[in-house]
Ligand binder design. Structure first.
Ligand SMILES: [Zn+2]
Length: 81
């Protein structure tokens, strides 16, 4: 079985204003709620109820969410319903 359950810390953030894509390293110990596009300077913000800008504008969810999903997967697969 492939080892694809590792948490990704690199996220490609796509700016909704100019479409610029920037590869960013996500902090694993904090959620980023605001991010400035390096191309057009637009200030991206996560909305209330959303975890962070990576979850909203990135191609992968932030590490905290990924870990939450992994935990959920483990608890599902490791325990009969
Ligand atoms: Zn932009």
């Amino acid at each position: 079985m492939a080892m694809d359950a590792e948490v990704k810390t690199v996220c490609v953030v796509t700016c909704p204003m100019c479409g610029h894509r920037a590869e960013e390293t996500m902090p694993t110990d904090a959620c980023l709620i605001s991010y400035k596009c390096v191309s057009c300077g637009a200030r991206l913000r996560s909305k209330r109820g959303e975890c962070c800008v990576f979850c909203r504008y990135g191609d992968v969810a932030c590490p905290a969410v990924q870990q939450g999903r992994l935990e959920a997967l483990r608890s599902i697969t490791g325990r009969p319903h």
